[in-house]
Design a protein around this ligand. Sequence first.
Ligand SMILES: [Zn+2]
Length: 77
Amino acid sequence: MDKTLRCTVCTWRGAWAEAAAVRVQPAPLPPVLEELQHAYEEKQLEEEQLGGHKPPACPVCGNHTLAVKLHRSHAAA
Ligand SMILES: [Zn+2]
């Protein structure tokens, strides 16, 4: 399983394993972004409790990443 992740703060995008291999201190963020990070944190905790895996932090800025959903087509759902 090698999911693609993208950072919610910077422009980093890469493999799950790549992010998991690196640990950085989260960069200081403006309050608005901090709030967003907390929202992501809560969402990820929920997913973890449902048996999901919490994505590792961004290897560049240390903030939250999201799994990139790979769309096979542009067909509307
Ligand atoms: Zn980042």
